[in-house]
Structures are given as C-alpha cells and as structure tokens.
Design a protein around this ligand. Structure first.
Ligand code: FAD
Length: 442
C-alpha cells in the first residue's frame, strides 16, 4: 500500500516537503491541508508586494500541487475543521508546515498603546491576508519607528515611503495603498539594538533604500565601523563588509531634496513606548556592541513618532495538540521528528530564520525520515478526510478552485499590476460559487 502523507500548510516548506516526498518514494500520496483558500503561505502574505520576482518560485510549487499523486484541501484548518488525532488516524505520516505566523511581543512599557503594531500583523495587512485585513493601523503621523534590523523591517520601511508610482506594478492590497499613500509620513526610523555590522539586511534590500524616488537614506557616519572585527566565516565577513560599504555610501551622500527620509539608527535599544494610551514617541537607550551583544550604556534619548512597528521575530501560536517549545516559538522537535509519524518542517520546525530556499533542506530531511520510519502504508488517506469534511459541512478549496480565484484577481488587476487581491475568505469563496462575481476595491 502506498504511504499516505498529510502536509499541513501550503507554504514554501510544505511544497518543498511534498516535492522531496514525491522524489523519494515513487508510490506515496501527498495531501495538503491549508487553512486559507489561497496557497503559498508567506510568499503571498509576507514577501513584499514590490518584490514580485521573489514570488516566482510559486510557479514551481503550483506544478507540484498538480501532480497526480498530490491532493489539495484549502480552506481547511487543523484544530478547527480536523483534529490532529483525526489526521494521524487517516494518514501514515503528518508533516506540520504551519510556519510561525505570530509576532514576538515587544515587551517594553507602553507596548500595548494604540499605534503599536507587530510586523506579522502589519505586513499581513498590507499584503491582504484575511486574518489582518481589518487591522486598520493609524498612520496619521509624520514619523514611524520600525524596530528591527532584518529584511522584514527594511521591507516595512520601504513600503511606507515608496510613491504610488513606485507601487503601481505591485499587489499591495487596495485598502493599504489608500491608507499608506494618504498618510503624511515624512520620517521612518529603522532601529537596531546592535551596530551596522550586525544588521541582518541582505545587501540587495539595503542598496534599494538608496534608489527610492522620494526618500533619502540617512546614516550617521560615526556609527559605521571601518571594518568587521568579529570572528566569522569569510562569506559572512564579505556580506557584512558589503553592507558597511553601502551604509558608508549613504552617509557620504548630500541630503538632497527628497521629501521623505529613512533614518538608520544603530546601537539603540527601545526601552519605552511614550504616550498616554496612544503612541507619541519612543525612548531608547544607546548601546555598545560587546562580543556581538548589545550592552546598555545608561545614556537615553527619545524620538517623536506616531506609530511603532516591531519586526523582532515570529513565533507559532498554540496549534491543535501539537507540543510547542514556548521559548523558541516552534513545534517541539528533534531535527523535525515530533512523535511517531509526526514531523515538522520550515519555520514551524526552526523558527523564523532564512529565506524561502532555506526551507528546502527541511523537506529533504522529512522525506528521508518518513522513508526510514514507514515501510508500508496502512491508512486510508484522502477518502477518510473527504468524508469527514462532508460530515462537518466544510467546503474545501481544491487547487483548481484556487486557480479560479487567481484568475479573478488577475482579471481585476489595474494596468501593470499582477493582481488585485481578494482579502476576505467569503469573497474568495464567492468567486467559486458565482463566476460573475467581480473583484472590487474594498
Ligand atoms: C514579512 C516577510 C517577508 C519575507 N520576504 C522574503 C523574501 O523576500 N525572500 C525570501 O526568500 N524569503 C522571505 N521571507 C521568508 C519566507 O517567507 C519564509 O522562509 C517561508 O515563507 C517559511 O515557509 P513556511 O512554509 O515554514 O511558513 P509559511 O510561509 O508561513 O506557510 C505556512 C502555511 O501554513 C498554513 N497554516 C498555518 N496554520 C495552519 C493550520 N492550523 N491549518 C492549516 N494550515 C495552516 C498557513 O496558512 C500558511 O499557508 C519573508 C518572511 C516574512 C515574514
């Protein structure tokens, strides 16, 4: 009997795992169980809307989804529509590829004030993720603080300052485009606890900050060290030195006439969100970097801002009966093994590190482990799942259904843009019920 595998989550790690399983076992059958009617996880809901080429990998994932040995059940939530015990009863192996979709809390006084947002929510909002489309952030301010020194923080800063023309050929959600482009934002502070040599920006994203139509990057030259001092691999050293050179270039530029600025604030640790229930500023402590760690100097300063967006990492929420390592914010696992017949891949396994391709190795590992652990299939797979969904009145979205949603979004796209995103699950499902439904601005 073929081995029946359920992969929960149709993001990059789920697709890499599926492809690895299909390669490793010529007979196995793989079913995706995905919470949203839309596939591809953070490729749709996280990757910046102005970085469309990064999203191109989803074409390869779509081919995997259409393999004859692959089933696809979107709009089905593990823990709501089907329990983990039920899935483990239906399938020989269950692979958790559910990502790490929650923000790590900022955890400083004032961080519950109105105007403080986590990047998972904020990015989900501008990318039209149904869970976050009602965030309605208050951007009626001239200054925003973005906390974090990774690519997510730089994505948020860039999307806040790009002009409507620069965002025209993107799939920025309509509601977010309206709010961002009407906001009077002039200054964005990009804040890192450690120094420029420790920043996690990739050089491509950093360089882009110097090429924006209406925004200048502002860097204090005194903060840029002459060289990278720490012990590290040659590759890491090269990457960091490249970032320092880019920042040095920014620091040497005359300020120019651009109406907006992104200020790179290094060695600055946020200690308090200021304001009386509503953000009015951020208090920070200057730090110095000691053996790669930020150490407070006891010197404090404040910046005025009307919104704070923290991009300091992600964690997974409680999930069905899955054991969670609270400290790491991941599924408790040993190199992906969770329990007999239960595996984890991607951000659910490792936490929020790495790029899309980093998840590939997890899929290879899971396929190898499943091959080692399960010689023969013994469970029914999709017929049992389908019977349960019918019994519970759940309307699964097949991959062909998704392609109809995708076609409707494409047909409604403004000139030059790849799609106009549907942001509510009911509107996505309506496309499937009524081919006449139009994608409208909301
Ligand atoms: C803001 C942001 C920008 C990024 N930009 C880039 C970039 O430009 N380039 C790059 O290479 N990488 C980028 N990354 C990293 C990349 O997105 C991740 O490496 C990758 O998406 C992780 O894949 P994953 O499958 O583990 O998780 P996810 O992509 O989060 O996929 C998880 C899937 O599981 C589903 N799911 C969750 N819970 C359940 C449940 N209970 N039942 C059923 N399904 C469920 C979700 O709906 C989702 O589809 C970015 C990440 C973020 C956060």
């Amino acid at each position: 009997m073929p081995v029946q595998v359920a992969i929960v989550g149709a993001g990059p790690s789920g697709f890499y795992a599926a492809a690895a399983l299909l390669r490793a076992d010529a007979a196995c059958h793989v079913d995706f169980i995905e919470a949203l009617p839309t596939p591809f996880g953070l490729i749709r809901g996280g990757v910046a809307p102005d970085h469309q080429s990064t999203k191109g990998v989803s074409r390869a994932f779509a081919r995997t989804a259409q393999e004859p040995r692959v089933g696809y059940y979107g709009n089905v939530v593990l823990g709501r529509d089907v329990s983990l015990d039920e899935l483990r009863g239906f399938y020989d192996a269950v692979v958790l590829a559910t990502g790490a979709p929650l923000d790590r809390p900022l955890g400083i006084p004032g961080s519950d004030a109105t105007g403080v947002y986590g990047a998972a929510a904020f990015v989900g909002w501008y990318n039209g993720h149904p869970d976050f489309c009602d965030l309605n952030p208050d951007l009626n301010t001239s200054a925003v603080a973005v906390i974090g020194n990774g690519n997510v923080a730089i994505d948020v800063a860039r999307v806040l300052v790009k002009t409507p023309a620069e965002m025209a050929a993107t799939d920025l959600a309509d509601h977010a485009a309206k709010a961002i482009h009407q906001a009077p934002i002039e200054d964005v502070y990009l804040i890192g606890r450690r120094g420029p040599a420790e920043a996690k920006f990739t050089n491509k994203e950093l360089t882009e900050m110097g090429d924006l139509a209406a925004c200048a990057p502002m860097v204090d030259p005194a903060q840029i060290p002459a060289q990278v001092d720490d012990e590290m691999s040659d590759r890491d050293r090269r990457l960091r030195e490249k970032n320092l050179a880019t920042l040095r270039g920014f620091a040497e530029r005359p300020p120019g006439e651009k109406p907006k600025r992104v200020h790179f604030l290094f060695c600055a640790k946020p200690v308090e969100v200021l304001g009386d229930g509503r953000v009015s500023g951020l208090r920070l402590e200057r730090t110095r970097v000691d053996s790669g760690r930020a150490v407070g100097t006891g010197e404090f300063f404040e910046i005025p801002c009307g919104a704070v967006i923290s991009a300091i990492g992600y964690r997974m929420p409680p999930l069905a009966d899955v054991p969670v390592d609270e400290a790491k914010g991941v599924v408790t696992n040993r190199d992906g093994r969770v329990a007999p017949g239960l595996y984890a891949v991607g951000w659910a396994k490792r936490g929020p590190v790495g790029v899309i391709g980093t998840n590939k190795a997890d899929g290879d590992t899971a396929a190898r482990q499943i091959g080692e652990d399960i010689a023969e299939g013994a469970r029914p797979g999709s017929p049992a799942l389908e019977a349960l969904l019918v019994e519970r009145g759940v309307r699964p979205v097949s991959f062909a259904d998704w392609q109809r949603i995708e076609a409707a979004e494409g047909a409604a796209a403004p000139a030059g843009a790849p799609r106009r995103k549907l942001i509510r699950i009911k509107d996505m499902l309506a496309v499937l019920e009524d081919s006449e439904v139009k994608v409208t601005e909301s």
